[in-house]
Design a protein around this ligand. Structure first.
Ligand SMILES: O=C1C[C@@](O)(C(=O)O)C[C@@H](O)[C@@H]1O
Length: 149
């Protein structure tokens, strides 16, 4: 069964209590449950990693090359700063969908640039935590198309 890695970066462990007016009330556990339920409904397995450290996220991306077919990535603030994470995603060359809970384009200008977006298959912003479900569904479609071709 194809497998996805759901990667959440810094401060996303605080979802549910962190700036609820911006990020809503769903917790990281809620997000992981939603993504897993969505994945299982379309015949995919889901592995989850959350870390506040950039190096651990790079390690998780590298490890995904061994056992995953695609990634859902919310790198939090590292989205806007991390060339290392971008290089890791380029190195493993797995399809990934970038997700942001909030509409980063309606926020501070430093959130408008993503080092990851040019490599992403799709970018979903501002859909709340439902964006994670959309990302899983998009990857399921892409993987099905890939295996049919
Ligand atoms: O930590 C986060 C969360 C975020 O990735 C989002 O999901 O909206 C947006 C980022 O700018 C921010 O640093």
């Amino acid at each position: 069964m194809p497998r996805l890695l759901l990667l959440n970066g810094p401060n996303l462990n605080l979802l549910g209590t962190r700036e609820p007016d911006v990020y809503g009330s769903a917790t990281l556990a809620d997000v992981e449950d939603l993504a897993r339920t969505t994945a299982e409904a379309v015949g995919l397995e889901l592995r989850t990693v959350q870390s506040n450290s950039e190096g651990a996220l790079v390690d998780a991306v590298q490890a995904a090359r061994e056992d995953c077919d695609g990634l859902v990535v919310n790198a939090g603030a590292y989205t806007h700063t991390s060339i290392a994470l971008r290089d890791a995603l380029a190195a493993v060359a797995l399809p990934f969908v970038e997700v942001h809970v909030s509409n980063v384009h309606a926020r501070e200008t430093f959130r408008h640039h993503s080092y990851l977006a040019p490599l992403a298959s799709a970018v979903i912003v501002g859909a709340g935590v439902q964006g994670y479900a959309f990302a899983v569904q998009r990857l399921a479609t892409m993987l099905a198309e890939q295996s049919a071709s």
